[in-house]
Design a binder for this molecule. Structure first.
Ligand code: FEO
Ligand code: CA
Ligand code: CA
Ligand code: CA
Length: 515
């Protein structure tokens, strides 16, 4: 038995084995309730739960309530076979486009633990609502109204919402990742997407916004903490092969008494990218980019397919640096890495864990988890050291680490995302379906992965998030049956609802944790 409550104790589980079953498997003593699945009605207005749920964040109602709260859920993308249908020769119809945009973004749902211990969705909730690819957003920060975004300060909708994070003032950040195809299909300006958005789950009247100061790239998630001097620090991954790790440091300092007004801290600050050879955080400023581009003998990094002349024309203002942050980072010498997905700050020692999921450009097939040590354990430091904390592969037992989440005992809950076309094939066959692993970061088992859950066929598990008392773990089951080619022969039927004819991405509540 493996104790995941290593210092406060008492929950134990026997790790499960890799599996190829079309089920969400858990260790003995644990069970799950499906709280919301694609298409479920979430409120009296008849809004429905979107597709491909990813990040989840639990917000207690009334203080630290672990039995009743709001759940923010990201919806990352749609699958035409199950949602909008394939576009015809003339592209999508109006109705198809509506489905494509409506089923991405996020859901706010109200959930509660009923008398019999089952978690349920409250469809009468006054809070439940949708944020979609159609919801009006406001831009904040240096790129708002800039030439680079077409001179606008308001944009349409959010989509490709992968992972996210919570703020110190009880709002949620959601990250726009692979936005290109939806923006293109809907005829929308690409520079309006690829941002970190902020939503207040409790107040529908609070304007939803996109914070341009945090840069535009393929945002996976955001992990917020405080520098020793009280400034806000946000760590972020750019999920692309050969992309960089970022952090943002606010200009002003956090003041708890200001509550949501602290959101302004995400509008003015400095965006940095990591140079792992020097162990230095490099400030992405227009002055530095222009100086680098003008230097004698400067050559555009091989990863940027633009000429120096084109880059010089592109980078005119700080807004341009933020809109093309990934190019600015490479120009300034930040280190290309193997698809940085989730980033989490250890609540124990302020070290930074980064899931580098994999990168077949360099033969990194199973990925690894990198750990940054900031100088003096200060999140505001501009120097760091690092180690490979855990490597994917047969020895550790996991492949393709993705979302990360800490429990209060220093265990890193890590889900895996072996791509649908690779699951149970070739060198991935060993691992079975995707899973959820518990990796202690402190104590005698540090770095050892124990499997806690196994996903249904073709699915990845995403967004693990505990209630404050850690008796419930919310988890997203994303894209079960994704490899389906014929709608009459789905490759998965999870969650196996009686009478259903398709697999459904769904959020589950896992219970059985004992205090
Ligand atoms: Fe949407 Fe990087 O996973
Ligand atoms: Ca995904
Ligand atoms: Ca992900
Ligand atoms: Ca992934």
């Amino acid at each position: 038995l493996f104790g995941f409550k290593t210092n406060k104790v008492s929950g134990y589980f026997k790790p499960i084995q890799h599996s190829k079953e079309d089920q969400l498997l858990l260790p003995k003593g644990f069970k799950y309730d499906v709280v919301a699945a694609y298409g479920d009605v979430i409120n009296a207005a008849g809004d429905t739960f979107g597709f491909n749920n990813d990040y989840t964040a639990y917000f207690p109602l009334n203080g630290k309530n672990s039995d009743k709260g709001l759940l923010w859920v990201n919806h990352e993308y749609t699958n035409p076979i199950w949602v909008e249908g394939q576009p015809g020769s003339g592209g999508y119809t109006k109705e198809q486009l509506h489905k494509l945009l409506y089923n991405q973004g996020g859901s706010i749902i109200e959930v509660y633990r009923s008398q019999d211990g089952t978690w349920k969705l409250d469809k009468r909730s006054q809070y439940a609502r949708r944020i979609t690819g159609l919801t009006p957003f406001e831009l904040t920060g240096p790129a708002k109204g800039s030439k680079a975004v077409g001179g606008v300060s308001k944009v349409q909708g959010t989509f490709a919402n992968c992972s996210g994070g919570i703020t110190l003032w009880n709002t949620v950040l959601s990250c726009e990742e692979n936005f290109e195809s939806t923006a293109e299909a809907a005829g929308l300006n690409q520079t309006h997407y690829g941002w970190v958005i902020e939503v207040d789950p409790f107040h529908a009247e609070w304007q939803v916004r996109k914070h341009t100061a945090l840069g535009r790239f393929h945002h996976e998630n955001s992990a917020m903490g405080l520098a020793k001097d009280g400034r806000i620090v946000v760590y972020m991954g750019d999920d692309e092969k050969d992309a960089c790790v970022y952090k943002y440091i606010s200009k002003g300092k956090f003041d708890a008494a200001k509550e949501k007004a602290n959101s302004a801290l995400l509008e003015e600050g400095t965006l940095y990218a990591a140079n792992m050879k020097k162990g230095a955080w490099i400030a992405l400023t227009i002055e530095a980019v222009q100086k680098a581009l003008s230097a004698q003998g400067f050559k555009a990094p091989a990863l940027i397919s633009k000429t120096v002349e084109k880059l010089k024309a592109q980078f005119q203002t700080q807004a341009d640096v933020l809109v093309y942050a990934n190019e600015a980072a490479l120009i300034l010498g930040a280190t290309p890495t193997d698809r940085p997905e989730d980033v989490e700050i250890s609540p124990f020692d302020n070290t930074i864990f980064i899931a580098h999921t994999n990168n077949d450009n360099h033969g990194n097939i199973h990925g690894h988890i990198t750990r940054f040590f900031e100088q003096d354990d200060d999140l505001g430091a501009l120097e760091f050291d690092f180690e490979i904390f855990a490597a994917g592969g047969r020895q550790s037992g996991f492949s393709a680490p993705d979302n990360l989440s800490f429990d209060s005992n220093g265990n890193l809950w890590t889900v895996t995302d072996i791509s649908g076309s690779s699951i149970n094939k070739g060198v991935h066959a060993h691992f079975g379906n995707n899973g959820l692993y518990v990796i202690p970061t402190i104590g005698p088992n540090a770095g050892e992965a124990m499997q806690f859950a196994s996903a249904p066929l073709d699915a990845e598990l995403t967004g693990p998030f505990f209630t404050p008392d850690e008796t419930t773990l919310f988890l997203s089951v994303q894209h079960p049956g994704e490899q389906t080619k014929d709608i009459k022969a789905p490759t998965s039927m999870w969650p196996h609802r009686p009478g259903d004819s398709m697999p459904r991405p769904a959020v589950v509540a896992i219970t059985g944790f004992k205090l």
